[in-house]
Design a protein around this ligand. Structure first.
Ligand SMILES: [Ca+2]
Ligand SMILES: [Ca+2]
Ligand SMILES: [Ca+2]
Ligand SMILES: [Ca+2]
Length: 527
């Protein structure tokens, strides 16, 4: 049996390699390549030459460095369903495409992708005279790309479908020269982090996974007047619509100095006011139907709505979303249009009242439905700036504590099963499911826990503060992660001083954690 499988695998793999070797070419490009290049690693093509050579299955390795360009790069070649064209940052290197010298103009995108079945991975696209990346093709994969400091939305999708946008960041895009038709300023009124709007495509869906949008002048995600389908999964929005931008050291300052200098203050700083809307997730608009599913999305500190109907007439499904300190957190306000389904979601510290008033609204098991009081003590951290921390090495979202549930929170297991994986007896509320097997590795809320003597001999004294009387758990975990001691303790409101018998613990190194409904502290202990 084993031999048969081996033979089968060998034949299968041979077929794959054989196909690739026949059809797929591998090219290289670098920022200092010359027209004499032949596309090899040692003699790379200039980028504009390279993208004209690509056919289905080919790979273009993009070496690290700054690719300064005045012209936009048009990628019109297409791959195929089983043979994408791959345009990839070379292993461990960071290519940055910088368009700061492009005139501010609606045809001056950085990249224009009209091809289909193209994968772009690991590219930074910045300071373009319009969008960073404009996509009109379908079935493309945009992964681990960064769009920043562009003069319109960082990434704009138009007319295409089945595009996958994964682990991308779009930030501080600002259309600082936009004016209304009467010439009055509307600076910042257009630049969204991710714009997937103003077109009709009802087959398939564009999907965003693990993407982040922050400090863009207009909206985090904008699906205004889109007719079609959209999936936003594990996406985060933070601080959309700042009141102004300091453009003093902006990469485009020299290019647009004539305009920007009209905003120079007496201290020499160039401060441009922002007239953008500042929504987090704008689900649609203009009474058209965008059917959108937002799952485990997080929206915090946006100028206006965290999640916005904006007259979307489609089906809006929100599962496990968390909204914090928006104005308001949820704004579904058109009772004549749209179908809203919202479950297992959290609204906290909103600056105005949430509205859930669509033509049809189905709500259950949300923080405002379950009837339990909650407070900041239900969360490990309320520090939202963690949302824009550096990503993990594989490009996935950073490990954060913001809006993660504290052990003992009434939101744990308070959700209804919507077909998504969960820990414990039931799903939790919000974007982050509490994992009972890893609570030790959460950050501690307070730093009041003292344990002595350390190293301990037989008796350990614990001192800590608690803000309530309750039973708590004291756990000892050894270096292999095994829990070796778990005891229940009664604590009082105020300072606690408890003697713990450790005579049964073998010699070794331990993590000692005390956990209650509002207590989660950890010390390292040696015996
Ligand atoms: Ca534009
Ligand atoms: Ca706007
Ligand atoms: Ca917008
Ligand atoms: Ca759970």
């Amino acid at each position: 049996m084993f031999r048969f499988l081996t033979l089968f695998l060998f034949i299968s793999l041979s077929c794959i390699f054989f196909n690739e070797s026949v059809t797929a070419a591998v090219y290289y490009t670098s920022s200092d390549a010359t027209s004499a290049g032949n596309g090899t690693m040692n003699s790379p093509y200039p980028f504009a030459t390279a993208i004209g050579k690509l056919s289905a299955g080919d790979t273009l390795w993009v070496r690290g460095g700054i690719y300064q360009s005045f012209v936009r790069f048009s990628i019109s070649r297409s791959g195929a369903a089983n043979a994408l064209i791959h345009i990839l940052a070379y292993h461990g290197e960071q290519p940055v495409f910088d368009f700061r010298t492009q005139p501010y103009n609606s045809s001056n995108q950085g990249f224009y992708l009209s091809g289909n079945y193209v994968e772009l991975k690991g590219l930074v696209i910045q300071a373009a005279g319009d969008n960073g990346l404009y996509v009109s093709g379908s079935n493309n994969v945009i992964e681990q790309c960064v769009f920043r400091w562009n003069c319109d939305s960082g990434l704009q999708l138009k007319t295409g479908t089945n595009n996958l946008i994964k682990n991308c960041d779009s930030y501080e895009n600002f259309d600082y020269e936009t004016v209304n038709s009467d010439g009055s300023p509307n600076y910042g009124g257009n630049a969204d982090g991710f714009a997937d709007k103003q077109y009709s495509n009802t087959s398939g869906a564009n999907t965003f996974v693990g993407c982040r949008s922050w400090r863009n002048s207009d909206d985090g995600w904008d699906h205004y007047a889109k007719v079609g389908n959209t999936i936003d999964l594990d996406c985060w929005c933070f601080q959309m619509g700042p009141s102004q931008y300091d453009m003093t050291n902006h990469p485009r300052y020299q290019t647009d100095a004539a305009f920007l200098n009209t905003f120079m203050q007496s201290d020499g700083r160039v401060i441009v006011p922002n007239y953008g809307n500042g929504n987090g997730f704008k689900t649609g608009g203009n009474y058209t139907s965008n059917n959108i599913t937002l799952t485990r999305c997080l929206s915090a500190y946006n100028k206006v709505k965290g999640f916005d109907q904006n007259n979307n007439n489609g089906i809006m499904t929100l599962y496990h979303c968390t909204a914090f300190a928006n104005n308001p957190n949820y704004g579904f306000t058109n009772s004549s249009y749209g179908t809203l389904i919202i479950k297992n979601s959290i609204s906290m510290n909103g600056l105005s009242s949430d509205r859930f008033s669509c033509k049809s609204t189905t709500m259950s098991n949300n923080s405002w439905n379950i009837g339990s009081p909650f407070s900041d003590k239900d969360f490990v951290s309320l520090e939202a700036t963690q949302m824009i921390a550096s990503r993990s090495e594989d490009g996935s979202l950073p490990e954060i504590q913001f809006m993660h549930l504290m052990q003992g929170s009434s939101f744990i297991d308070a959700g209804v099963d919507v077909g998504l994986p969960y820990f414990g007896n039931a799903p939790d509320l919000g974007a982050f499911e509490f994992n009972p097997s890893t609570p030790l590795f959460r950050l501690t809320r307070n730093k009041t826990l003292k344990a002595f003597p350390n190293p301990v001999i037989n008796q350990l004294i614990l001192e800590f503060e608690s803000d309530r009387s309750e039973q708590v758990h004291l756990q000892f975990v050894d270096v292999t992660g095994k829990m070796v001691k778990n005891i229940s303790l009664a604590v009082v409101d105020g300072t606690n001083r408890l003697a713990i018998d450790c005579s049964d613990l073998p010699r070794g190194s331990y993590l000692c954690q005390i956990q209650g409904s509002a207590l989660n502290e950890l010390v390292r202990l040696i015996k």
